[in-house]
Ligand binder design. Sequence first.
Ligand SMILES: *[C@@H]1O[C@H](CO)[C@@H](O)[C@H](O)[C@H]1NC(C)=O
Ligand SMILES: *[C@@H]1O[C@H](CO)[C@@H](O)[C@H](O)[C@H]1NC(C)=O
Ligand SMILES: *[C@@H]1O[C@H](CO)[C@@H](O)[C@H](O)[C@H]1NC(C)=O
Ligand SMILES: *[C@@H]1O[C@H](CO)[C@@H](O)[C@H](O)[C@H]1NC(C)=O
Ligand SMILES: *[C@@H]1O[C@H](CO)[C@@H](O)[C@H](O)[C@H]1NC(C)=O
Ligand SMILES: *[C@@H]1O[C@H](CO)[C@@H](O)[C@H](O)[C@H]1NC(C)=O
Length: 494
Amino acid sequence: MRGGLLRWRSLWICGGALLALSAFVAALTWGAIFDSAFGSQLALIPDSRSFMRWLEPDVPIFFDIYMFNWTNPERFPEEKPNFEEIGPYRYQEHRRHVNISWHPENGTIGYRTLRSWVWDESSVGSQDDIITTIDVITASAIYQARFSGFIEQKLVSLTLTSSQHTKVSVTARASEFLFEGYEDPLLNLAKLMPASVRGGAPALDRFGWFFSRNNTDTDGYMEVTSGTRDGLPGQILRWNYQDHIPFYDGECSKLSGSAGEYIPRNLTEDSKLTMYVPDLCRTVNMEFVESGVQNGLKYNKYEVNERSFDNSSTSPENTCFCKGECAWGGVMNVSACRFGSPAFITLPHFLHGDPALLDQVTGMNPDPDKHSFYFAVEPKLGVPIDVAGRFQFNVYVEPSDHITLYENMPRMLFPVFWVEQKAKIDPKIISELRTVRGILDWGPTFCACFAVVIALLVTAITCCTKRTEYTRPHDLLKPYEKPKDEAEMKLNPI
Ligand SMILES: *[C@@H]1O[C@H](CO)[C@@H](O)[C@H](O)[C@H]1NC(C)=O
Ligand SMILES: *[C@@H]1O[C@H](CO)[C@@H](O)[C@H](O)[C@H]1NC(C)=O
Ligand SMILES: *[C@@H]1O[C@H](CO)[C@@H](O)[C@H](O)[C@H]1NC(C)=O
Ligand SMILES: *[C@@H]1O[C@H](CO)[C@@H](O)[C@H](O)[C@H]1NC(C)=O
Ligand SMILES: *[C@@H]1O[C@H](CO)[C@@H](O)[C@H](O)[C@H]1NC(C)=O
Ligand SMILES: *[C@@H]1O[C@H](CO)[C@@H](O)[C@H](O)[C@H]1NC(C)=O
């Protein structure tokens, strides 16, 4: 019976010691354990929760468009153009990933994105607002002919005058500028020309900035990591079946970054967020600006800054994005990815842009609070909690010697409109994230306490049983013989 007790005791002590040891190891490696468990939840696997969420994101996205109304076109170019911001014209954006193809052999997934927009009643602007802006169809025709010979340019000039394009501005309803499109005789003319003259653009009957984009996949075909192998899901590998961006050379043609849904974990103040933005045909870097707390959850905020766009003087790594004049800092020439149209992108109101841009117009009021492009992210888990994607679309113009309409045109950017895509996650999900973050933060402490408690218990059991095994029988049964007993024991070996 005594032997049995001894066996049980050693088992308990060994088991306890092992438990204490593993709790201790867990406390030390908690970060890695948590990370692999959390990471495996994110992978895009058919029918997984992560995949279902990715397939049709349920985070509401508002797509706000602010248009610039040109209020003094009749006094141009003597007077600087003045712009009045109108809007927002608000749409609810829905995204759906379609035509999914799985490639388990290389851990990737291919898809297209369908986006649709539904007019939202909380808009400030009305669809019938009458707005005046630069005539982008004329501007495009002139821009595309700028390196042509004298005869061709004169032909363009003649075509413009004969088709009543005698003004540099155009007036239409807001809805026509956006999704509905408006007609222009030049479009019919362009339709007759070979596609190469249009820069490969599809022949359209109408022009609108978002015309024919509703329920279509203008972002193109994407192939991203699925996260089933080591690493993060949703990192871009191919775009329109190519593994590089065809419009640029060198470093700038590298396809990298998040496709928008998944962000690296363990972000620090030195981390850069890299996003691939199909609308800009390029990767955009965001840098840390500040950290803060929202609903009790800590976040890091990363922003597009002065160094993010074309400006050779402040960011040498951007020089390869410059394939033309690149006259201004903070401006992206996206001409190549817009069929050669004079499309230039900046932050709204030329925020962080060259002061010369602001100097040529009136009515711009850059304000970092309203106009910055940012991602606020829970840094350990890499979950975006508040996102604002903001861009302004501008039309580039320059004087032309042979095209009468643009003889006195200054070289400048005409702001046309800016968009804001805002998504903020539900407070309910924030509280879930807080719990997850709590598990991550308090896990090691919990494990360590658990280890200490078990260790103490094991020690206590070891000591107690020692005392009961060896002293109790003598104490209780033969108290008076104890000295003799001891003497005997001492004498025996001799
Ligand atoms: C994040 O940090 C933990 C340690 O704090 C580390 O074990 C884990 O591998 C890191 N995860 C990533 C994705 O780098
Ligand atoms: C845009 O400006 C023109 C000219 O100043 C004005 O007539 C028109 O009402 C303005 N549109 C809006 C929506 O304010
Ligand atoms: C998806 O695939 C189907 C058939 O494979 C095709 O008909 C459809 O046009 C594709 N959708 C897109 C958006 O490419
Ligand atoms: C992954 O495999 C598919 C099918 O074999 C292929 O089409 C795709 O280009 C591959 N992607 C990469 C990034 O290698
Ligand atoms: C886009 O299409 C949907 C139908 O799929 C329609 O309800 C919505 O009004 C359209 N949006 C615009 C801006 O035309
Ligand atoms: C814009 O970029 C294109 C090529 O990407 C180039 O041909 C064009 O000259 C540039 N325009 C300006 C005004 O720099």
